[in-house]
Design a protein around this ligand. Structure first.
Ligand code: FAD
Length: 414
């Protein structure tokens, strides 16, 4: 019997290798970096948001519908609770934040990687670190051939866990895409998801300014995505949870035409309520200037621009703000345009959307429908969940099932 070959030592690859070896298959994991799980090490700001709490079907429903449907068998096979149990065996205890995100108590992503490494070694996985795979192809008799610097390996079960194309310094450089195309897969063009956005008219002078609890809308004419939370101005545009939350849909819509971003600075108040508050502020709270009223709600640096856009003098007293001016200002506050997105950098996305189409992989086994014996898993698939531990969970679960199926194929042939 030959070995299950696992290409990639990230979240998906490590789970696949561990599962395949724990079922008794000889397994070799090939990782280009000299260390395992480099992307995990930088995840969650180095603290690693391992997964998300709650019933597994709720976790599943955080993904877009086709992804949620595809992921169902894998998530049920290896749940969020299974990940935590595995980590706990190595002393990695965890806690749930109020928003459901789960982190190690130590706040060290390295502990997660170390636990996975220890599990793999305990079941006999052979680790080949610092070993970049140069090519993957099919031999005439059906086995897969993996080309390395100065040699090659063959196997009838190869787990492909090379990740996507974002944060290429972590080792995920998109190597898998041309390989799977040559093996008969189609490829959905890789796009950024959970990424910052660059703006056509960026405001470097606002860099570092944060907006708290706003509603961000991405529009391509009509609304294509919305997200509530915080937003941060950067040198080249905007970032923060709301921006990360809309960039997948925005990047897709940008393939067809311009996309703009629009902020609702007071999502809990209607425009009419705001207008009324402006009218009453002078009388009831003794505020004199419009900008002083705004200072209580907005970062000071933005106020002159907002007032200028509403056609108002920045030193206008509140009691001289006529109804049309009030309406224009409250409209700005509810629908403040940040202008057109110029670029969403794929390399800065926390995940890569696009990749192998889900209908080309069997969700119960993770075996390719185009290339028997190939088991793609993790981020190379066209899956991109929201922020919250969902993407690591998808990588762990699809990796687990890929490893299990690869092991069965190898052992079935022995
Ligand atoms: C900054 C950042 C923060 C994140 N934070 C979180 C978070 O807190 N929670 C969460 O759920 N998700 C988070 N994510 C997303 C999550 O890390 C990924 O979705 C997940 O790691 C994908 O796992 P993977 O195993 O599919 O791919 P990867 O982790 O990218 O692993 C692929 C591995 O394959 C190796 N490889 C690639 N090509 C070759 C080759 N030719 N030969 C040999 N080896 C190769 C790479 O070196 C890499 O180690 C974050 C991502 C980033 C970038």
């Amino acid at each position: 019997m030959s070995e299950v070959l696992v290409i990639g030592g990230g979240a998906a690859g490590m789970l696949a290798a561990w599962r395949a070896a724990s079922l008794g298959a000889p397994v070799r994991l090939l990782e280009r970096n000299p260390r395992l799980g480099v992307k995990i090490l930088i995840s969650g700001g180095g603290k690693c948001n391992i997964t998300h709490a709650g019933p597994i079907d709720e976790v599943r429903r955080a993904f877009d519908q086709p992804e949620a449907r595809f992921l169902a068998p894998c998530l049920h096979r290896f749940r969020n609770s299974d990940v935590l149990e595995l980590l706990e065996r190595h002393g990695v205890t965890t806690h749930v934040r109020p928003d459901g995100r789960i982190f190690p108590d130590s706040a060290r992503a390295g502990d997660v990687v170390e636990a996975l490494r220890a599990e793999m070694l305990a079941v006999g996985v052979r680790l080949s670190l610092g070993t970049p795979v140069r090519a993957l192809s099919r031999l005439p008799h059906g086995d897969l051939r993996v080309c390395l610097d100065g040699g090659e390996l063959q196997s009838l079960a190869v787990v492909l866990a090379v990740g996507g194309k974002s944060y290429p310094k972590t080792g995920a450089t998109g190597d898998g895409y041309p390989w799977v195309e040559a093996l008969g897969h189609t490829l959905i063009r890789p796009r950024a998801a959970l990424a910052p956005a660059y703006l056509k008219h960026a405001r470097p002078d606002w860099s570092g300014v944060a907006l708290r609890d706003i509603l961000l809308r991405a529009r391509a004419g009509k609304e294509v995505a919305r997200w509530r939370g915080d937003l941060l101005f950067t040198h080249r545009g905007v970032s923060g949870p709301t921006v990360l939350g809309v960039t997948r849909e925005a990047a897709l819509a940008m393939e067809r035409g311009p996309v703009t971003l629009e902020v609702d600075l007071t999502p809990d108040r209607t425009q009419e309520e705001l207008s009324r508050e402006l009218a009453e502020a002078h009388a009831t709270r003794g505020v004199r200037l419009v900008r002083v009223f705004l200072q209580r709600r907005l970062p000071e640096r933005l106020i002159p621009t907002l007032m200028e856009e509403a056609g108002l003098d920045p030193d206008l007293p509140l009691d001289r703000l006529p109804r049309p001016g009030r309406n224009r200002l409250s409209e700005r506050i509810k629908r403040w345009s940040l202008g057109e997105i110029s670029h969403i950098p794929l390399e800065l996305g926390e995940v890569t959307a696009g990749g192998i189409p889900l209908d080309e992989v069997d969700p119960r086994t993770m075996e390719s429908r185009k290339c028997p014996g190939l088991f793609p898993c993790g981020e190379i698939l066209d899956i991109a969940g929201p922020v919250g531990g969902y993407n690591l969970q998808a990588a762990f679960s699809t990796g687990f099932v890929a490893g299990e199926s690869a092991s069965r194929r190898l052992q079935g042939a022995a």
